[in-house]
Ligand binder design. Structure first.
Ligand code: FMN
Length: 485
């Protein structure tokens, strides 16, 4: 179940997740670059100092904004035209255009919505949901593979693609979980599903119409350091009733331009603060190093996609029907295979070939297809079963124990179990041992004592082949495992 939960969202969302993660990784570089290039305010500089400086150099100033990286931008309206620039907080002079870098804008649009507006946003949210499911199910699969959460960094064995997939995942999964979870939160916020709007301060009833106080003398701006500024909007030129609107990281306030006093204040809500923190951490805007780490971990997604595809293909490889396979109804030798990584199928084919060369009609099939009534002519059942997880059944043997346990009468032909496993796992060949135990408990006659093959050892397999040849009265000659030994 967990494996299916991991496999299908992974395969279906592979391309989407590659776009999402690669664009996210590329975007994580911009806040760091902005942080490095943004001139920092002078020590102890207040919003009043900054606003006075920028207003003096920018007649018609309408708004000053400070990005989380510390970049200050000024917006003005002068002589009938609007203008904007990044400004130096120390001199108030222009440093360059305020327009975002076109590459960053392009990547942001791709990352958020694939240039498709709200439907693209929903598609990307589905991608993030798939990533969340993949990260959670992947973490559960890793824990199962290494024998519990406590052994998270245990040494891995098995085919290279699967090992690489797990090696990368066990580091990247935390970042991917975080990125996916925060992306979903931000989508919910964008679609107004969260109560995280900034509260508006109540408009004061009557405002004195006196002329504007010099900005650097306004008490409500003098007490705010530039570091906590988000935005300062100026009153309409000549409108003495209008107010300054100040947004900081703790709330929004309205300031009387004639007295410089705070007339109304709305504190940021906990929802708003959580949403802002999530935004900051997801985008890296205001947390550039964290963003870079998330970006780096996101680069693992295409690699995980490729190695995951390989693992899936390896698992499927064994399912192709072997050549010369006798139909179940005609088979004398029934070879049942419980494999996950595919290697046991190779052993099964070698065994089948040897038996066919000895003149037998051989049927090879996954253990999942076992049904005791399907093989009326069977003379023996040879069960080749690998073990996974902490002694669990491999993919191609799911449900076998239930069917075996549910049998009313065992087949007349005897069985032999060969377990494939790895002695470094505590539950060595535990699944095969359970098959053997249950089959005996159901009264099924045994052809051979159960044997095991450690780490796909050809010698172990050849030893069992000789024992089988003896049991069948064929001697070890016809069962030719020499090519494996
Ligand atoms: C993720 C994983 C978990 C495994 N768990 C066990 C185990 O619990 N006990 C064991 O004896 N072998 C375990 N093995 C080893 C395999 O059973 C062994 O390599 C087997 O030959 C694989 O056969 P297959 O390629 O047909 O799936 C595990 C291997 C992997 C990759």
């Amino acid at each position: 179940m967990i494996r299916a939960l991991h496999r299908w969202p992974g395969l279906l969302a592979l391309a989407l997740l590659a776009v999402l993660s690669l664009s996210g990784a590329a975007l994580s570089v911009f806040p760091a670059a902005e942080r490095l290039s943004a001139p920092q305010p002078g020590a102890g500089q207040s919003v009043a100092d900054l606003a006075a400086l920028v207003a003096a150099t920018h007649p018609g100033l309408e708004e000053i904004r400070r990005s989380p990286s510390g970049r200050i931008t000024a917006w003005w309206f002068r002589g009938g035209t609007a203008g904007s620039a990044v400004v130096d907080p120390v001199t108030g002079g222009d440093l360059g255009p305020a327009d975002p870098n076109p590459v960053e804008r392009w990547l942001t649009n791709l990352h958020r919505s694939l240039f498709l507006g709200d439907s693209g946003r929903l598609a990307m949210a589905a991608g993030a949901a798939a990533m969340l499911v993949l990260a959670l199910s992947g973490a559960a699969l890793i824990a199962r593979r290494v024998g519990g959460w406590r052994h998270w960094f245990a040494r891995l064995r098995g085919p290279i693609a699967g090992r690489l997939h797990v090696e990368i995942s066990r580091i990247a999964v935390f970042g991917l979980l975080f990125s996916a979870g925060t992306a979903l939160w931000m989508t919910a916020s964008t679609f107004n599903l969260l109560p995280d709007d900034a509260p508006r301060p109540p408009l004061p009833a009557a405002i004195s119409g006196t002329t504007r106080l010099p900005i650097d003398r306004m008490a409500a701006l003098r007490s705010v350091p530039v570091d906590s500024l988000r935005k300062l909007s100026f009153p309409q030129e000549g409108d003495l009733q209008d107010l300054f609107t100040l947004v900081t990281d703790s709330g929004t306030g309205l300031i009387n331009q004639g007295t410089g006093e705070m007339l109304a204040w709305a504190e940021a809500t906990p929802w708003q603060k959580v949403s802002e923190t999530i935004y900051m951490l997801h985008t890296g805007q205001g947390a550039a190093t964290f963003g870079l780490i998330l970006g780096l971990l996101a680069l693992s997604v295409p690699i995980l996609g490729m190695t995951g595809l390989l693992v899936w293909a390896q698992g499927r490889r064994g399912w192709t029907h072997p050549k010369d396979n006798a139909p179940a109804a005609r088979a004398r030798d029934v070879i049942l295979v419980g494999s996950e990584g595919g290697s046991t199928w190779g052993f099964a084919e070698t065994l089948a070939r040897s038996l066919r060369e000895a003149g037998q009609a051989v049927h090879v099939a996954p253990m999942t297809s076992f049904d005791p009534n399907r093989y009326p002519r069977a003379e023996r059942f040879l069960i080749l079963a690998a073990t996974y997880g902490d002694g669990d059944a491999p993919e191609a043997a799911k449900g076998f124990l239930d069917r075996l346990g549910g049998m009313r009468k065992p087949p007349a032909a005897p069985f032999a179990v060969l377990g494939f496993g790895d002695r470094s796992f505590p539950a060595y060949c535990a699944f095969a041992a359970e098959v053997d135990r249950l089959a005996r408990a159901k009264g099924w006659a045994s052809l051979l004592p159960m044997d095991t093959v450690d780490r796909q050892s050809p010698q172990d397999f050849a030893r069992w082949g000789r024992a089988l040849g003896d049991a069948l009265g064929l001697g070890s000659g016809p069962i030719d495992f020499v090519d494996l030994a």
